[in-house]
Design a protein around this ligand. Sequence first.
Ligand code: FAD
Ligand code: DHB
Length: 389
Amino acid sequence: MRTQVGIVGAGPAGLLLSHLLAGAGVDSVVLETRSRDYVERRVRAGVLEHPTVELLREVGLADRLDREGMRHEGISLRFDGGDHRIDFADLVGKGITVYGQQEVVKDLIAARLGDGGDLRFEVTDVTLDGLADAPVVGFTGADGRREELQCDVVAGCDGFHGITRDAYDPQMFDRTYPYAWLGILAKAAPTHHELVYANHPHGFALYSMRSPEITRLYLQVPPDTDVNNWSDAQIWDELGTRLAARGFTLNEGPVLEKGVTGMRSFVAEPMRHGRLFLAGDAAHIVPPTGAKGMNLAIADVRVLAEALTTFLRSGDETGIDGYSDTCLRRVWRAEHFSWWMTSMLHVPPESDPFGRRLQLSQLRYTVTSRAAATTLAENYVGLPHGVSP
Ligand code: FAD
Ligand code: DHB
């Protein structure tokens, strides 16, 4: 079997890349180890940056997003028992959209299949060869047959635990954090219209939502936490404590989903090895506090789709040669922002009164200085694609 671009992984990066390439007349095959049902149900990110939404609109993927997505023009930072709003609309004239990652994935899969795209779910034993000049992706299909995909280039969009990054020896930069997030999805109507990031002496808590009926909530917990050791009642109780503020009530309801997510910062450089190009979580991870992971994956594949299209049409290698450096500039900006938000909002396990005073000072400065609030707002809503400070 032959295709121009072999794409490993059907997360937001792989699926959007396939869609963008199809729009430019470049064909691809997407290989995914999980089932369609699994990737469509996997609850993860919820915040779409302004440039992400603009791109999805530009490429015809925003019908449902525009109908069902929740537009937000600010967030609140909650600390010392008080609420402090960061007004994105006033500070930077833009906002964010709350729309579940699995909804983006559903929309992408529907669009690809509607356009006759080739998506293979439930494949196993994906292997890579010939990455210097003639890549071959081996895999076993859902029917158990071993197949080979000859391609011009391979896109490694298989997430942090994928196999494509192992095909070479990139330089790795990483940082782990002494906490994780316990996240729940609850059938409870949101009582507040925007996200709340709370710094409480017990630890961080985040108030988010998915729809007018569904609340999404997170608690900072120790990294080795077993989710089964937290009863629903304990979770609600702790959320109530950490999110407490005058005039705020938490609406409780049945817990539909719960899980624990580790937190790390990670970058692999460069993001290219011969004819292999990494994109999204395969190349970099951010802690979730800045809501950047999916947005970065989407920014990567926008650059990649353009570079590959030029290369495959004309043989011009300028775009593919610049791919890694171009993406890494945005990646490191997001790494810094995510690390900064994480450090400002989480409570380290060891009591550190000096660090606590620094955190509170930084929080007060962020909410009272227009310059500092603008820095947060500009990064949170997302720097325009193509702008690389
Ligand atoms: P993935 O979504 O991980 O997709 C990779 C795909 O490759 C998967 O489907 C996987 O099954 C498949 N795969 C793996 N190995 C193989 C293989 N060998 N062969 C074939 N396929 C393979 N980001 C935000 O932008 N905003 C947020 O608000 C946000 N909140 C988050 C909250 C949580 C709790 C978590 C866990 C993450 C959050 N993120 C957020 C991060 C975001 O979910 C990821 O950055 C995003 O999924 C990256 O997309 P991706 O396509 O690169 O990788
Ligand atoms: C959500 C996740 C995040 O990581 C974040 O920073 C904000 C919101 C969410 O799942 O809604």
